[in-house]
Design a protein around this ligand. Structure first.
Ligand SMILES: Nc1nc2c(ncn2[C@@H]2O[C@H](COP(=O)(O)OP(=O)(O)OP(=O)(O)O)[C@@H](O)[C@H]2O)c(=O)[nH]1
Ligand SMILES: [Mg+2]
Length: 303
């Protein structure tokens, strides 16, 4: 199951505390300052399952700075931490609902949160007036972000269509994906991905009339293909009404986001082996997973 929305708290390291200490009682101060807390970075990867790491862990903290010591020893800086997130992740501040950053490219590396500075040791507070300062600072807290991570897949192609129209079967044909296939509606419960010639194809659960209002599995999955360049619209060639099937899915897309209509669309009449003669709907292309030639044609078209 691909997690596409998780809540997690990110925290940079706290600074270490400053130290109060003296070389000898009554002599000069030698309390060192605390080390700075580690920063928290986010880096991106093409592994789209990475949000799953937060199903059991909802707090990620960089290392804290070490407290200052005597003899003017400064505390060690806390190590930075790198959180690897799937490309397409939008990081949202859960408290304000505002987007902090959207990670759109692979191998991006961004400093998200700054570690706190270390507190000064009493050595830093010495002055002509006060040669024996008794105070030191506490370390400063690292920045914290209560985040919602929302994965919008940066897929190039999106397979859409009514349930059972053969979307996952095609994904498996075109890529190394091993999506579950079933002769019933809603076999696919969460998006499947495959890589086709360095491009990502997303196979999403079937849409039905009213999906926008939560019917079937709803339209939540459409966000995964919001950014695709090409929609591959699968219509079952054995259906008795291509126009209706097509319209149901297009209507749901329209209600979701008008931008979806502007995308290039390839219409496939799937399972063409099950119908006799050439069927046609608009500028559709017939395809069957049992007809190698048709798959080859499709590959050419998508390449
Ligand atoms: N004969 C034939 N059957 C096919 C073909 N493609 C898919 N099927 C069958 O159609 C059924 C549905 O296929 P899926 O790939 O699971 O369909 P889907 O669109 O992903 O379905 P959902 O995930 O439920 O939306 C399965 O029983 C497949 O074996 C085809 O080209 N020819
Ligand atoms: Mg499926």
């Amino acid at each position: 199951m691909l997690l596409d929305k998780v809540n997690v708290t990110f925290k940079a390291g706290d600074g270490g505390n400053g130290k109060v200490s003296f070389k000898k009682i009554g002599r000069g101060p030698d309390g060192g300052s605390g080390g700075k807390g580690g920063d928290l970075y986010v880096v991106t990867s093409s592994d789209l399952t990475l949000l799953n790491q937060f199903s059991r862990q909802d707090l990620v903290v960089a290392e804290h700075g070490v407290d200052g010591g005597n003899n003017n020893r400064h505390g060690k800086k806390g190590n930075d931490i790198e959180v690897v997130l799937p490309v397409g992740t939008s990081i949202i501040n859960s408290e304000t609902g505002k987007e902090v950053i959207e990670l759109t490219e692979i191998d991006q590396r961004v400093k998200l949160l700054k570690g706190g500075n270390g507190g000064w040791g009493n050595f830093e507070f010495r002055s002509a007036r006060n040669t024996t300062p008794m105070k030191a600072q506490s370390g400063f807290p690292g920045e914290t972000l209560n985040a919602t991570l929302n994965l919008k897949l940066i897929a190039d192609y999106g397979l859409i269509g009514l349930p059972n129209s053969g979307k996952s079967s095609l994904l498996n044909e075109l890529t190394d994906a091993k999506a579950k296939i079933g002769n019933y509606a809603f076999t696919t419960l969460s998006p499947n991905l495959g890589v086709f010639k360095n491009k990502i194809i997303a196979d999403i659960p079937g849409l039905i009339e009213g999906a926008v209002d939560g019917k079937g599995l709803g339209i939540n999955f459409l966000k995964h293909i919001e950014k695709v360049k090409v929609l591959i619209h699968c219509i079952d060639a054995t259906s008795d009404n291509y126009k209706r099937d097509y319209k149901i899915v297009r209507d749901e897309l329209t209600k979701y986001n008008l931008e979806m209509l502007k995308k290039k669309e390839i219409i496939l009449l799937t399972k063409s082996d099950l119908v006799s003669g050439k069927r046609k709907f608009m500028n559709s292309i017939g395809v069957s997973i049992y007809d190698f030639e048709s798959i080859k044609n499709l590959i050419k078209l998508l390449s």
